[in-house]
Design a protein around this ligand. Structure first.
Ligand SMILES: Cc1cc2nc3c(=O)[nH]c(=O)nc-3n(C[C@H](O)[C@H](O)[C@H](O)COP(=O)(O)OP(=O)(O)OC[C@H]3O[C@@H](n4cnc5c(N)ncnc54)[C@H](O)[C@@H]3O)c2cc1C
Length: 219
């Protein structure tokens, strides 16, 4: 983030920042952390909304609200912590009872459509985006999630069934060719590492996908 953008964000945070409290921090795998937060000021959850957290003074990172429990005002974040970064190191240090400063929500542009199939493809940082779609789709509407990850993931995360590929774009193409998705009646969602999202979008277009909702998160 540029110096000026950092200053502007810090100013905004001092004006509109809200407090969240950590209820639980649990590893789903070595590289994937699930945080449960109490967010007393949050309302009107939609799919694919993110919150901007202050990870240290003048450092901010966006994380998607993966699931929301309105009755208890509790939200889940799923954070990829398998690399050395400001956000991942901050997340790994969090403990129950800690308070956090955040702004938002932002985003929320991608929602479940009425298509016969919803298909989500991305990396570990995108799982929260996909569970947020899963929890707001139609009850009978199938959602298929394929995650590129170097370790095997559990068969469900926050109740959403997932499949894993270790083989990036080649594995994604193989998987897509095995699925009989009707291209005219399927909405594809892709998110995560920007170069991967670009490749997935190109692949989907080549295979005839008509509705693609892409969001790059990090470089
Ligand atoms: C709208 C939006 C929503 C997002 N939602 C989520 C979310 O729900 N969960 C989530 O985990 N992230 C999410 N992200 C990404 C997140 O905000 C950070 O950009 C990302 O986690 C990297 O931050 P960092 O500080 O850990 O690493 P940085 O300090 O930014 O980067 C350090 C190094 O690690 C590499 N790197 C960064 N991220 C990853 C990664 N995931 N895997 C492997 N290498 C990486 C970078 O290329 C760089 O070399 C979202 C981003 C946006 C814009």
């Amino acid at each position: 983030m540029s110096y000026l953008k950092e200053k502007a964000t810090a100013f905004l945070m001092s004006r509109i920042g809200k407090t969240a409290h950590v209820i639980a921090a649990e590893h789903i795998t070595d590289n994937l952390l699930a945080l449960t937060l109490h967010l007393p000021h949050f309302e009107k959850w939609r799919s694919c909304q993110h919150l901007k957290f202050e990870t240290e003074k003048s450092h901010y990172r966006d994380y998607t609200l993966a699931r929301w429990d309105e009755a208890n005002k509790q939200g889940a974040l799923l954070i990829d912590v398998g690399h050395d970064g400001h956000g991942s190191n901050w997340a790994k240090r969090l403990k129950p009872g800690q308070s956090l400063l955040y702004a938002g929500p932002g985003g929320g542009f991608h929602q479940p459509t009425n298509a016969a199939h919803l298909v989500c493809i991305g990396d570990t940082s995108a799982i929260g985006q996909f569970t947020s779609l899963y929890h707001r789709k139609g009850a009978q509407q199938p959602l298929h999630a394929l995650i590129c990850h170097q370790q095997s993931l559990p068969p469900t995360i926050l109740d959403m069934p997932i499949m894993t590929t270790y083989d990036h774009i080649a594995g994604i193409e193989r998987w897509l060719l095995q699925q009989p998705f009707p291209m005219h009646d399927t909405t594809f969602y892709t998110a995560g590492h920007i170069p991967l999202v670009v490749q997935i979008r190109k692949l989907l277009k080549r295979l005839g996908a008509q509705q693609i909702k892409a969001q790059g998160f990090w470089e």
